[in-house]
Design a protein around this ligand. Structure first.
Ligand code: 5GP
Ligand code: MG
Length: 178
């Protein structure tokens, strides 16, 4: 099925699970080369990144750890820019290489906030890995180290991304119909 309804909106398929898996593999390959011997801590930002984190980490073959944190909520179809801090950060990250695992980087507010907090907590090196990146919406200068797929400024759901709670379980990524 190529068109689906979630709440009041209609969505069309945009990125298939095959395309997603291919892009995730390419990111994993880069990480396996770049971070070999660094024993990175992957910090997946919940809820949105759970599918990406799972698929990415299955393809990361170097020694590593994974943990999960939570930040802001996002209601409706546009970012509020409001950040609510980092929940669930129990690890001692002093001197470590930490990889933030995000579902999507839009304005960059969320990821910049997490990045700053991890540096404040003493991480030696903080990298960013995101499934999706919206270059036209990005307002920061922080480099995004690992990008699986670049997308235009459309509202997307699926593969972890929700529309008011629904759609996270979809294996493909869908775009809001006009
Ligand atoms: P930023 O702080 O970079 O502006 O936004 C990051 C967060 O906004 C993401 O983690 C995600 O929750 C939400 N977001 C941005 N774009 C989209 C989108 O197209 N679809 C959905 N479902 N969430 C989005
Ligand atoms: Mg996110």
């Amino acid at each position: 099925m190529n068109s689906i309804k979630i709440h009041d909106l209609t969505f069309e398929i945009k990125i298939t699970s095959t395309e997603i898996q291919q892009a995730v593999s390419e990111v994993a390959t880069k990480i396996n080369t770049d971070l070999k011997g660094k024993k990175p801590l992957f910090l997946a930002v919940l809820n949105g990144s759970f599918m990406f984190a799972s698929d990415l980490l299955k393809k990361v073959t170097i020694d590593c750890e994974i943990s999960f944190v939570k930040v802001a909520s996002y209601e409706g179809t546009s970012s509020t820019g409001e950040i609510k801090g980092l929940i669930g950060m129990n690890e001692d990250i002093k001197g470590r290489t930490v990889v933030i695992v995000e579902d999507i980087v839009d304005t960059g507010n969320t990821v910049e906030n997490v990045w700053n907090e991890l540096k404040t907590k003493g991480a030696a090196d903080v990298k960013i890995a995101t499934l999706l990146f919206k270059p036209l919406a990005y307002t920061k200068t922080l480099p995004i180290d690992y990008i699986a797929i670049k997308v235009p400024n459309d509202f997307l759901v699926g593969y972890g991304l929700d529309y008011n709670g629904l759609g996270r379980n979809l294996a493909d990524i869908y775009v809001k119909s006009n």
